[in-house]
Design a binder for this molecule. Sequence first.
Ligand code: ZN
Length: 369
Amino acid sequence: MWNIQDIKKKKKYVAERYKNCKDSNERDKLSYTLLGYTMMLENRGTRNYTFFRNFIDFITRGKYTLINDNITNKKYKFCIKQPMNESFYNFLIELCFNVFNTENVLNEPVNFKTIKNDFDKVKQVSRDFYKNLGDEEISSIGIKLLDKDELINSYSYQRSNRKNYYGMTHKDYVFNDAYLNVLINNNILDYTLLTHEIMHAIDFKMNPKLLNQIYPGFNEIPTYTIDYLTIDYLKSIGMNKNEVSLLARKKEDYIQSLAAFTLFRLRKQLEIPKLYDYKEQLSYEKIKYFLNPNVISDLLEIESAVIAYTLYCDIKETNSFDKLKSIIKDGLDPNKIPNFNKYGLSNELLLETSKKIGEYSRFDKKLIM
Ligand SMILES: [Zn+2]
């Protein structure tokens, strides 16, 4: 569990340094770290603290959250302008359309079975997963992180403005640490949540990029890849087959739904009457006025998911994490149009893979009794 007193002490120290700092790079580092500490203290999930904040939200009709969110959103999201061009947008739209066109893996909402999870056991499974991953470098960083109890916080109460966050990794650029916060759901999801957040922390440890150097949308490539590998691992250690299978389907359903939602939003704005008229009608020319940061980040997230699936298939085939590690270590230049050619991930290959979303969990069908 996090050591709150220690975090408060560090926050005070960094705030003091920030006051006296003139160098702009250093100021960025300090301010992002401060922001991380603030978010950690706000969302630590204890009954007293989180409930109290939720109550202030309630009596101020959400104003408290609004003020807080304005500060954090400004810092956390869209810190950079994404350089794009027409052909890249057309590529993203085609990718999104391909995913949308794949056969749905879930046709109705299904929930995971509730099980009482002991967080120490969840941690142990995570540790074993990273130990058996097959890459010495990633394994050793992951295990070291999991052994540092003060970096990992699990909680049962959520801040009202954080309902969509099951997990969060906060980066400390001053002490070079990554702090994890994971919500205990008491179902099989707890296992993937922890390995996912640990991967965010490993990514940070391998290349501690500042928030304004991270390409929004692509920060999930390593974690989405790990999600697939975790599901495989849970299967291999004999976890409940139906639950593992549901996990796999939910994973693919998420990206299929995101593609459908993105197209639906654009269709609404374009007032295209029929769903399947999309392909002809959607091109950069048509949608350029509707490309707000939310749509762009959804399109990029779809690309990230396709990249992650491609990397997963590659790892299964070659047993090598080199491509994934190069992507992490190089970092994407936020001033350039994203291009993954150098890692063997050409746009053509990604377009091909985007048609295969859904295959992973269907392949898994034999698991369902
Ligand atoms: Zn994530």
